[in-house]
Design a protein around this ligand. Structure first.
Ligand SMILES: C[S@@+](CC[C@H](N)C(=O)[O-])C[C@H]1O[C@@H](n2cnc3c(N)ncnc32)[C@H](O)[C@@H]1O
Length: 486
């Protein structure tokens, strides 16, 4: 019996004597307290590395981590245990707050120095800092060359950063964008040898605004003096990994790195009253932001005096909604759990929702083929779940399997005629494959259904896209099809 076979037969975490030491080392190094009560899940992840390395158990693996190739192996292990969900303009309300309040406020406050320093901490594969680059570019317009804008994306996962630097994404990461935005911000790339499909490359004008660096957020806690100061920090959907004590210390450290009058945005479900010890919460429509204490009442928080006109129309995903003046509100009393951001693929077979979360996590970290396999296995049990069929369609698109994608989206619609996102994605697919009249029918369905819903309602599986926004997207596409059809 070879070492890998022995690993497989060895069973779970309890049967692996070196596991407790390895687990303690992983948590100490990454801060991922999340795994404290999830031995089987972590062991499962580690086992994937054992298999790749041809090692029998955690004791042998620890020797590897402490040996000459240890640094490289830590990088692999960190990538294995941190699956990060992300996509462009994720959580629309926060991007509306950035567009309508936060960035205009900063642009007005920094007009003398014309400098903006922005940090996306825990940026995963880059969709978040790149969305910020697009916003800043559109808000500053022709004034952009006169400004010094730095946007830094950091993450513990080298694998995520490599994808971020390449700035090439599949339809999955762009799934909430309308077609006009896709065209404006990305260019299509052809499939390369060994790749099933082409992708969308972010245009260089946005790409070059962002720099990426590996950084462990735990280092913030240990650092003695605050480092560089930022005008805006985003640290969204990262704090879920850490213990409550680490969360407090990280948020406090982030606050210390804000310039006077700066802004901090954490995940929409992550605010905690404890943060009020170091920062002032500011209520914005649909979200809470934080500012250094004293900013909210200070003159610098007055309405922006100068907002350069955008050179291009505002992006469809971040509509201009007049924001009320900031008011301090009490933050939620508890820290809610964040479904869909769980850094694991859980037990995919447990329920359709668990399967959906695992598939999304895998796909968001670029493991499309693995996501597809997990989904196909799960569909054997949950083949009548419309949301799963919808994700089957999106994944098939990512894998370049257009016929499968169409079939899956049609199945989703057969199971749920009112599934707005499925009508919309089917419309996009049909338009791209040169079937304008069928595309128009699907988009018309999406438009009609979206118009029948409350405008502000988030659409199921729409990742924060509202009914009103979807109606607008569908209308724009229909106009494009009508204009192109003789
Ligand atoms: C769910 S993703 C969030 C991505 C993005 N902020 C968003 O909201 O779309 C979480 C990211 O945090 C990163 N992360 C986890 N622990 C970290 C640590 N100790 N230091 C830095 N990044 C970490 C993961 O690698 C992952 O890419």
């Amino acid at each position: 019996m070879g070492p890998v076979e022995r690993t497989r037969r060895a069973g779970g975490a309890a049967a692996d004597a070196g596991f407790p030491v390895l687990k303690a080392r992983v948590i100490a190094r990454t801060g991922h307290n999340y795994y404290a009560d999830k031995d089987d899940l972590l062991h499962d992840r580690v086992r994937r590395r054992l298999k790749v390395c041809g090692l029998p158990d955690c004791t042998a693996y620890l020797a590897l981590l402490d040996g000459p190739g240890g640094r490289e192996e830590w990088v692999e292990l960190e990538a294995e245990i941190t699956i990060g969900e992300t996509f462009f303009f994720r959580y629309a309300e926060q991007f509306e707050a950035l567009r309508d309040t936060i960035l205009p406020d900063l642009i007005a406050a920094r007009r003398a120095t014309r400098t903006l320093r922005i940090w996306s901490a825990g940026c995963s594969t880059g969709a978040e800092p790149y969305s910020l680059a697009i916003l800043v570019h559109e808000l500053l317009g022709e004034a952009l060359p006169d400004w010094s804008v730095t946007i830094l994306g950091t993450d513990i996962s080298e694998a995520a950063l490599a994808t971020a630097r390449a700035a090439e994404f599949g339809p999955w990461a762009l799934r909430t964008l309308g077609e006009p935005e896709r065209v404006r911000w990305f260019r299509n790339t052809p499939a390369r040898p060994g790749q099933p499909r082409g992708g969308y490359a972010l245009r260089a004008v946005y790409r070059r605004m962002v720099r990426f660096e590996r950084q462990n957020l735990l280092a913030l806690i240990e650092a003695v003096a605050p480092g560089a100061a930022y005008d805006l920090i985003l640290c969204r959907n990262v704090l879920i990994y850490f213990s409550a004590d680490h969360v407090n210390r990280i948020v406090r450290a982030l606050g210390q790195r804000l310039e006077g009058g700066g802004w901090l945005l954490i995940g929409h479900a992550e605010p905690n009253p404890a943060f009020g010890q170091w920062l002032e919460p500011v209520a914005l429509p649909g979200t809470v932001a934080y500012r250094p204490t004293g900013t909210v009442t200070a003159p610098s928080s007055a309405p922006p005096a100068f907002v350069p006109a955008p050179v291009v129309p505002a992006p469809a995903v971040v509509p201009v909604v007049p924001a009320p003046p900031p008011v301090v509100v009490p933050a939620p009393a508890t820290r809610p759990s964040i479904e869909g951001d769980r850094p694991d693929d859980g037990e995919p077979g447990a329920s359709p929702a668990a399967l959906r979360d695992s598939v999304r996590s895998l796909a968001d970290s670029g493991k499309t083929a693995q996501a597809w396999r997990v989904l196909q296995e799960g569909l054997a049990a949950y083949g009548t779940d419309p949301a799963l069929r919808y994700y089957e369609g999106l994944l098939a698109l990512d894998l370049g399997r257009e016929a499968d994608a169409e079939q899956a989206l049609r199945r989703a619609l057969f199971l749920d005629r009112g599934f707005v996102m499925a009508h919309y994605q089917l419309g996009l697919l049909l338009a791209r494959s040169g079937r304008p009249s069928q595309a128009a029918r699907a988009l018309d369905n999406a438009l009609r259904l979206a118009q029948g819903l409350p405008p502000g309602m988030g659409l199921p599986e729409g990742d924060g896209v509202s009914a009103a926004r979807m109606a607008e997207n569908a209308r724009a596409l229909l106009a494009g099809i009508a204009g192109a059809t003789p």
